[in-house]
Design a binder for this molecule. Structure first.
Ligand SMILES: Cc1cc2nc3c(=O)[nH]c(=O)nc-3n(C[C@H](O)[C@H](O)[C@H](O)COP(=O)(O)OP(=O)(O)OC[C@H]3O[C@@H](n4cnc5c(N)ncnc54)[C@H](O)[C@@H]3O)c2cc1C
Length: 602
């Protein structure tokens, strides 16, 4: 386990030695049509790999599948250790061959890289980038390993694994390099690319009493989430996570280590704010703005079952009206689930309201439910709050599962509510941003009908924190200055429809998957999505939580920003060294990223 350090000082740029041959970057002229695989004669010889190993201080690892130890010794200690820990997301993240999702039906299956550079700093990353470019290899980048689309995993590739780059540094007054005199200093936090959100929440909130906008799931990688835009429970108050980026250190395809911000490389900086991970370069460090910590964080919870279809429609309509009148503001985020069994499950989270204030907000809605014989609370309804500073404290927190491994870093844990997702195998997934106009005039009636119809096929999750309508104007302004589809700022929620099953990693012993049922599930997800899409045919989708098979992903993820992103990609990675499924520029490559199918220079 890597040690985390928190320093109250201004981060110093790592001193890069450019004397090693792999660090002196040859020009980015790669024009090859096909990248190499290990069986190819031109695949680098052992001596070449040895040079890379030397350049990265010995941190070149052979990558094995997560359950690789079980192939040769199914009863061995190493294999038993995998089974023991496979529901721990921090354990999975610590394995070079680990992926937090165990596969996606007909989309992708975990398959390890041939080699991984366990990068310690930007110089290691530059060495790996130069090696991959010079030898025409498929390159892949992995941080927290939470890609639903499998974009941090590619067979026959060289992996840059950032897990070891965990340093977290707090700043009282940060000014991005080159911005001196142009912007005022602000409190901030710098994070190595391998840090996950609990590392930042521990340092910024638990120990320093401030707030940083990050993700909801504590084991998600900081760099991966920022590059996809990123939402946390309180994004309705603070905007998307990328909006808080002040500066990034990034290694581009030419092997250069660049410090980018709004003053130095504004285009590349903007692209890193939501333009997609694994696309423009390898981010090695990020600096994010911090905010004053609200006094309270809290929640509202419970499940209501309606006793007839008609009563369920009325419940949905009533909730939407209640949302519009009382919850559509910067305080309230997270979710309600509209469920097939005519149940509404409430899992909302709020910032800035004390316990009594939160209860008062929900009282009219809970009273309305309680007064009707049409409804039963199958899980107790309630609302509350606690001091915000203890929100991410693991010790004594009944909502959190601590990482109890002997070598776990202190303060590591994950939400009980995220447990089912750990290692899950996806049958299907989709998401769409629902415009706030659906809460006005005839919108609520149509939305009620669509939600009811969709829930006949699958549960629909309404994630209010992932649509930024009703956020403060400053948060909206900052989020509009990211590469994410601007439709996010006009949406009151992101609807997510997804399902899957328990972990199904290659080589893992478990009962065989019922493929017919899995395909049926995927179809049901499509049908449910169609019901909502009828209301908003042009609705965008959040790239990190989206359908692998979305054919209109460019418009869905980025909206009108796509042409600008394409131009930035061409400028900083003209040969397409960085490839991910449904990433900017990926149209020019085969689905596996090995063969250029268009755009190549002769
Ligand atoms: C269980 C679960 C919970 C989630 N919860 C949330 C949530 O609360 N909010 C939210 O917004 N999203 C959430 N997501 C989606 C998640 O934010 C994205 O998948 C994110 O990209 C993951 O980043 P990562 O580093 O963990 O994953 P990885 O799989 O390691 O990386 C994701 C992508 O970013 C690239 N990448 C990673 N690090 C770098 C780097 N340093 N430089 C360049 N590229 C890099 C990878 O190549 C890959 O393409 C969740 C996903 C899962 C599986």
């Amino acid at each position: 386990m890597f040690r985390r350090t928190v320093l109250k000082s201004v981060a110093a740029l790592p001193l890069l030695s450019l004397s090693h041959p792999l660090l002196a970057a040859p020009p980015a002229t790669g024009t090859a049509r096909r990248r190499l695989r290990p069986a190819d004669a031109a695949w680098p010889a052992a001596a070449e790999w040895q040079k890379l190993r030397a350049a990265v201080g010995g941190n070149l690892l052979e990558v094995r599948p997560l359950f690789g130890a079980c192939e040769s010794a199914p009863d061995g200690a190493a294999c038993l250790d995998v089974y023991k820990n496979i529901r721990n997301p921090f354990y999975i993240g610590d394995q070079p061959g680990g992926t937090q999702v165990s596969g996606y039906l007909n989309a992708w299956t975990p398959a390890p890289s041939v080699w991984a550079v366990r990068a310690r700093h930007a110089a290691d990353v530059a060495a790996a980038v130069n090696f991959a470019r010079t030898h025409n290899l498929r390159l892949v980048v992995k941080g927290g390993a939470h890609s639903y689309l499998g974009t941090s995993n590619a067979p026959d590739s060289l992996l840059i694994w950032t897990r070891a780059m965990k340093q977290v540094t707090l700043h009282d007054a940060f000014v991005a390099r080159g911005c001196e005199g142009k912007v005022p200093p602000v409190p901030a936090v710098s994070s190595g690319a391998g840090a996950v959100w609990i590392d930042l929440y521990g340092a910024v909130t638990t120990r320093a009493g401030r707030y940083v906008q990050g993700g909801g799931c504590t084991s998600v990688g900081v760099a991966g989430l920022i590059q996809s835009g990123g939402f946390g429970s309180f994004s309705k108050g603070f905007g998307n996570a990328a909006a808080g980026l002040l500066e990034a250190e990034v290694v581009t395809a030419d092997g250069q280590v660049r410090i980018v911000n709004a003053c130095t490389d504004p285009d590349l900086f903007w692209a890193l704010k939501g333009g997609g991970g694994g696309t423009f370069g390898v981010v090695t460090r990020l600096t994010l703005r911090t905010h004053a910590l609200p006094e309270y964080f809290g929640a509202a919870w419970g499940t209501v079952k309606a006793h007839s279809d008609d009563a369920f429609r009325r419940l949905i309509a009533r909730f939407l009206a209640f949302y519009a009148s009382s919850l559509a503001n910067p305080h309230w985020g997270e979710q309600v689930a509209v469920q097939p069994g005519n149940s509404l499950k409430i899992s909302m989270v709020q910032q800035g309201l004390g316990r009594e204030e939160a209860r008062a907000v929900w009282k009219p809605f809970f009273d309305w439910i309680g007064a009707s014989a049409d409804y039963t609370a199958t899980e107790e309804l309630g609302a509350g709050a606690r001091k915000a500073q203890s929100w991410w404290q693991i010790e004594g927190n009944r909502s959190m599962i601590p990482d109890l491994r002997a070598d776990a870093a202190p303060g590591q844990g994950w939400w009980q509510g995220d447990q089912d997702q750990v290692g899950a195998y996806l049958h299907g997934y989709d998401s769409l941003w629902l415009p706030a106009s659906l809460l006005k005039e005839t919108g609520p009636t149509r939305l009620t009908q669509a939600l009811f119809a969709a829930s006949r096929h699958k549960e629909v999750g309404l994630h209010f924190n992932k649509g930024l309508a009703f956020a403060p104007s400053e948060a909206i302004r900052a989020s509009l200055d990211t590469a994410m589809n601007p439709a996010v700022t006009e949406a009151f929620a992101l609807a997510i429809i997804a399902d899957g099953e328990r972990p199904s990693y290659p080589g893992m012993k478990r009962p065989p998957m019922d493929l017919e049922a899995a395909r049926g599930d995927a179809h049901a997800i499509d049908l449910a999505t169609q019901e909502l899409r009828r209301l908003a045919p042009q609705a965008g989708s959040y790239l990190s939580e989206s359908n692998y098979f979305n054919k209109a992903w460019q418009r869905a993820y980025f909206g009108e920003h796509y042409p600008r992103l394409q131009a930035i990609k061409k400028k900083y990675d003209p040969a397409g060294l960085f490839f991910v499924h449904n990433g900017v520029g990926s149209e020019e490559w085969s689905a596996d990223g090995f063969t250029r199918v268009s755009g190549a220079r002769a």
